[in-house]
Design a protein around this ligand. Structure first.
Ligand SMILES: [Zn+2]
Length: 428
């Protein structure tokens, strides 16, 4: 990105100190000093005029539009509702193809060479829906800020992409990725990691930058309906304040934003980034972390029939043009502490090596919460005992909670999980 960066102060100033400084000097705090406000003496998060001076949204150059793919798998149709006036445009054009005051539960599908919304067909392969007062567009059960682009894909399928300013996107991501009950410092660190992540993913894809799921980072939008049809907030006043307090702040390695991998629960030690992801920078190191020990899946167990695992292994090795029979043994082959675990699997005739991540993804979802485990096999069943939830690489979300409860600041938490990285504020 073509931006200047300034190293920000590493120490965080408490709310009480900010209030005292404002009261004594009656001068706004320096624009160059970005303080992430903490809590006042009553333990309540709050905002006031002093923090408003500090947390004004950065100029647009720091707040680019994010393009979020809401449909990780292209769909044959989707349902759209719009709670207010809107226009349909061709992306990049001001020409109005259609407009209306609102629509309710319209089916969007591919039609001929175009896109159909309800009874109306637009004979082009992409459209953009722009509303007068966002947030007002619902795609399925989620309502979004910004506008929606719909792209027609080969085979009569569609993808829907939400366009919105980075900081508005983040106000939902922090709630989608981390419980609102986690301490503010953990949520600030999460927001900075999420901001860095999405900026690192802006690689010029013609249609979108990130997915709305854990494939990139979870994004539920402005609000959404749960299974019972109840409206739940995707963003809240609290998440908006956290986003504003950290506005423009990112992590860098050698002066560039990097892919800030993060994981739900590392289980005791984070995994060296390079051993799992090719594009991991050295700051994605392996660090000890029992700060996540209060998480449910710090330790976990599960079972699966031997026949079921054998079937998955046969399919896995068939993709590699290799054969495998009935599983007889499964032994960990742990390398250096912090490296991705590998496993030796044997059918009694041959022994093969498989990465913990591959084994995890080849078994039914939920069998292995993480790639780090041991296994015991009896006649019919395999019993797994493992540690952590997720790939285990980078910032540990539950660990950040533990560190925050122990009094660490957001920037200290980021330094803990991304050692050697810098935390900077993007400048226009
Ligand atoms: Zn951890």
């Amino acid at each position: 990105m073509d931006v200047e960066r300034t190293v920000i102060e590493q120490k965080l100033v408490s709310r009480r100190r900010m209030l005292a400084a404002a009261a004594v000097s009656a001068v706004p705090l320096s624009v160059g000093a970005w303080h992430l406000s903490s809590k006042d003496s009553s333990g309540q998060s709050s905002s006031n005029a002093a923090s408003a001076t500090q947390t004004a949204a950065p100029p647009d150059t720091w707040n680019p539009f994010v393009r979020v793919n809401l449909t990780p798998s292209p769909l044959t149709d989707l349902t759209i509702s719009i709670d207010g006036p809107f226009r349909v445009l061709a992306p990049g054009s001001a020409k109005i193809l259609a407009q209306s005051v609102s629509v309710k539960d319209r089916i969007v599908s591919a039609e001929g060479n175009g896109i159909r919304i309800g009874d109306e067909v637009f004979p082009i392969s992409q459209i953009e829906i722009v509303t007068a007062k966002p947030p007002s567009i619902w795609i399925g059960r989620n309502q979004y800020r910004g506008s929606i682009r719909i792209f027609r894909r080969p085979g009569g399928r569609l993808i829907a992409v939400n366009l919105l300013p980075l900081e508005e996107y983040l106000a939902s991501v922090v709630n989608s990725e981390m419980p609102a009950t986690f301490p503010d410092e953990a949520r600030e660190a999460q927001t900075i990691a999420a901001r860095t992540y999405v900026l690192s993913q802006m690689k010029g894809h013609p249609q979108f930058d990130v997915y709305a799921t854990s494939r990139s980072q979870r994004y539920l939008g402005y609000q959404y309906l749960n299974d019972e049809g109840r409206r739940l907030a995707g963003e809240t006043q609290g998440s908006r304040e956290i986003t504003a307090r950290t506005a423009g702040i990112v992590c860098t390695w050698e002066g560039k934003v990097f892919t800030t991998f993060y994981t739900a629960v590392c289980g005791g030690r984070t995994t060296l980034g390079r051993s799992v992801f090719k594009d991991a920078v050295p700051a994605i190191a392996s660090v000890e972390c029992d700060w996540c020990r209060e998480a449910d899946r710090y330790r976990w167990t599960s079972t699966l029939p031997v026949d079921r695992i054998s079937k998955s292994l046969r399919e896995h090795f068939a993709d590699l043009n290799e054969e495998f029979g009935q599983l007889k043994s499964l032994q960990p082959s742990f390398g250096d502490a912090g490296d991705l675990p590998f496993y030796m699997v044997s059918d009694g005739v041959q022994t093969k090596k498989i990465a913990g991540t591959e084994l995890r993804h080849s078994l039914p979802i939920g069998t292995l919460s993480s790639p780090r485990f041991t296994a015991e096999i009896d006649a019919t069943e395999v019993r797994f005992s493992g540690a952590g939830h997720g790939h285990g690489v980078g910032f540990c979300q539950w660990g950040s909670r533990g560190l925050a409860l122990a009094g660490r600041s957001a920037l200290q938490i980021l330094q803990y999980y991304y050692p050697g990285s810098a935390t900077v504020r993007l400048r226009g």
